[in-house]
Write a protein that binds this ligand. Sequence first.
Ligand SMILES: [Zn+2]
Length: 280
Amino acid sequence: MNWLKDFVKPKINALIIRKETPSDLWSKCLCGQLLYNKDLKENLYVCSYCDRHLHMNFEARFKFIFDDQKFKIIKIDIENNDPLKFKDLKKYTDRLKESQKKTNQKDAAFVATGNIGGTLSCVFILDFSFMGGSMGQYVGESFKIGCLKAIELNCPFIAISSSGGARMQEGLVSLMQLPKTVAAINLLNDNKIPYISLLTNPTTGGVSASFAMLGDIIIAEKGSMIGFAGKRVIEETIKEKMPENFQTAEYLLDHGMIDIVVHRKELQETLVRVLSHLKK
Ligand SMILES: [Zn+2]
């Protein structure tokens, strides 16, 4: 037995590893800068070097959006199903368990109610950190539950999206969520409930092809990537080069696809202003 290698070194390693790892303290922006997580949180997850709007998880979003950080999460009483018993490199059920462990979330969708600038509102969030914010049955049902809650409370409905699209592991069932969310929006319309859709980076695929682009008012965070298929896929299909800023919030605003592009620091006051107009 090598006493130094087998006994002393592991003890030293254990002492060092117990401390916080750099990944708990720092995040790296795509511009290459390292950002201290505490500062990043205070800056609403906006990079202080390049102004890129980084991901904000559902909890930070709810706290940010509701008055005095007060909100009530609506319990989503359904299970995540594996309708196809799907397996690629791993079983879908195992992927779900892994994501649940990693994020401490049941799935990618959340619904909460609270006041925004004094207006009671029902807010649905699709969180990219859980399986890329993909929409399966759980997410579609959560959206519907959110709409029904807004109708029950007779208050505006706001959906905040960040998603890679439909959850392919649920196949056709995930595609069925597209008409389901559209039908839920029709219920909002029938009941004269205003619906604001907030698009954050990224909002793509089946989510942009359904509820995300159907808001009475569509707001996007500055610099967000919004589209259906990827730029490269489109270029290869139509054999044309797309503009540099194609599929950005700013490009969509210039082409009349969305109504407002907002910096995250002005998001709260923009929502309050839009809600007060809608109330009238
Ligand atoms: Zn940056």
